[in-house]
Write a protein that binds this ligand. Sequence first.
Ligand code: 5GP
Ligand code: MN
Length: 321
Amino acid sequence: MTILEQMLLNTDSAVILGHVRPDGDCLGSALGLYNYIRSFRPDIRTAVYLEEASPKFAYLKGFEEIRHRTDDESYRLCICVDSSDRERLGEFAVYLDRAQASLCLDHHVTNTGYGECSVVEAGASSTCEVLFGQMDEKYIDKSVAECLYTGIVHDTGVFKFSCTSPKTMEIAGRLMGKGVDFGNIIDDSFYRKTYIQNQILGRALLESITFLDGRCIFSAIRQNEMKFYGVDGKDMDGIIDQLRLTEGVEVAIFMYQTGASEYKVSLRSQNIVDVSRVASFFGGGGHVRAAGCTMSGSIHDVINNLSLHIEKQLNEREQEG
Ligand code: 5GP
Ligand code: MN
């Protein structure tokens, strides 16, 4: 029996939490688990608490039932998915404090081990992949499969990032076998953009700047620009992916303003720089090739601070090789 199955057999209530600004893997694993519990142990009182997510994920079963505000409820078991540290749970960390038992399911190399029990597989493509390994396939119905497939698609950039393994593909195949509409999931949740989202993508690309001899690229969107286009953080998905694909670029940086002098930063690397180390230094985290953090100062300050760390790693590699 897996740790998840054991813990579910020993509880009558469970709360599922993820990370702030939930993405495809966070939503997929939280709702995948929610739907799984409903089929595996329907007697368990279960709820999911997450910040508001992009409506493009509304096809996931249970999306409308996600609670977005804290309340006075408490649950015996707290399961945290895709969140590498306690702070990333945001305001919903109170349910972790109120719970008698906790389980953390994750795939971040920077996971701090904040859960009482943890299943952290840094080699897994996604938390959805980790979750699949914890589930009894008998209880994975189409709705669970759609959630897990969505998470895997998003964290692998549609099966192409280096975190994609033969095992990832096997799991995706098993999920396809449950009848998921894979083409529409990929198009509607990953590639499709609203007109405004395309405009902000275009603007970010137009204003991007390369530095460190073209080995790095960055682009920044200020709050006044976000206001002008009427977009928020959820509309910026995919910008970093396009910056990352600029020829000759090792590290791509995208940031958008979240406060007077505060920026949410996304980092991606090609094959040299460990961006999880860079992000961790500034209080964030993530994976070797994809990480993020929140930084203060002007755009200039943020880039200066980041470039010191990136350049150091690039130089180390040059000396080695
Ligand atoms: P993204 O750039 O798409 O927001 O995030 C890339 C990866 O880094 C994801 O796995 C995400 O969970 C992680 N990440 C992004 N921002 C933060 C942060 O502020 N703190 C931590 N610990 N991880 C982050
Ligand atoms: Mn993830």
